[in-house]
Design a binder for this molecule. Structure first.
Ligand code: A2P
Length: 295
């Protein structure tokens, strides 16, 4: 498994298991299966409401704690300094771990940015106290990164953003690269372009894209494997979600082939510039007030 070194020297596997929209009753099995197959990175979030089941999966796999990279996110309802310190306690208790490998802000909240900063300062304290090995953000634009860095002492290690062939966010990626921030792709196989949800009605399923299909055929791989390989070859962290054992295995099986420059350029050229997920600058009101239960 390829690894990526973060800006503070911590390494993470290039590919991990995502569990957004993994139903709680399926999550423990998916995590345990992934770890048995060789995954060593799990990405969850307090607001996925499945941290306890992720913890159950970690326990079932019974690997030494330092062999698994555990990442979770604090939701805006727990933003500001004290609340975020408490959110860390809630998440670690649910996950059944003493420390986190990566703890990130789930969203910027542009109309309450001072609370976003307060939450980030709590991450900085957790890092200084050795409770987390790295800290970061998610869904930040270049402008949000600038606003954060005007106040922050620690450059985020990671910015996790919507990123698949149809929405590549080159400017956000460049903003990260200029600052030493790793871009981590959520929906790296474009699940957001086809799984059920309140998304754009005119969305197109990237899994059925003819260019991806041709490249997949050429390498005798699936479209999902081609998209993951493309992300990894670009140096990104990818966290495909699946609860299906065959697809969990398939998604890990991307280290035995290489896309050539022409393949890479053809996939790069598929960017539509149009997101399918939520715009981080759009106020989402009550959604950000959704309470995260105690452990
Ligand atoms: P499932 O859990 O039933 O496998 P993303 O991580 O890009 O958001 O994509 C997640 C979506 O893609 C889920 O709907 C997941 O469904 C599906 N999926 C995961 N792996 C594959 C694969 N290898 N081929 C096709 N669909 C996949």
């Amino acid at each position: 498994m390829d690894t990526i070194t973060l800006n503070n020297g911590v390494t993470l596997p290039a590919l991990g298991l995502g569990v957004y929209q993994s139903a709680p009753e399926e999550t423990a099995a998916a995590v345990a299966t992934a770890l048995e197959l060789g995954y060593r990175h799990i990405d969850t979030a307090a607001a996925y409401f499945n941290e306890k089941e992720v913890g159950e999966g970690l326990r079932r796999a019974a690997l030494p704690r330092d062999e698994v990279f555990v990442e979770t996110k604090v939701f805006p309802s727990d933003f500001d300094f004290e609340q975020t310190l408490h959110a860390f306690e809630k998440s670690t208790a649910k996950l059944g771990v003493e420390y986190l490998d990566l703890f990130i802000l789930h969203q910027p909240v542009p109309d309450r940015f001072e609370r976003t900063i307060g939450a980030y300062q709590a991450l900085e304290k957790l890092l200084a106290d050795g409770r987390v090995r790295a800290i970061g953000v998610s869904n930040f634009t270049r402008r949000h990164l600038d606003l954060l860095l005007a106040e922050a002492g620690v450059v985020p290690a990671v910015n996790q953003i919507e990123l698949h062939p149809y929405f590549q966010q080159p400017d956000v990626q460049a903003a990260g690269a200029e600052r030493g921030i790793l871009t981590q792709a959520w929906s790296p196989i474009g699940g957001i372009t086809f799984y059920p949800g309140p998304w754009r009605e005119d969305r197109r399923n990237v899994m059925q894209d003819p260019v991806i299909g041709e490249i997949a055929q050429k390498h005798a791989k699936s479209p999902a494997q081609v998209m993951l390989r493309w992300g990894i070859q670009h140096g990104r962290s990818v966290i495909p979600k699946s609860t299906n054992p065959e697809r969990i295995a398939q998604n890990l099986n991307v280290f035995d082939f290489t896309l050539d420059d022409a393949d890479m350029e053809r996939i790069d050229a598929l960017d539509t510039g149009m997101r399918t997920g939520p715009d981080p600058d759009e106020p989402r009101g009550d959604f950000y007030d959704r309470p995260i239960p105690e452990a």
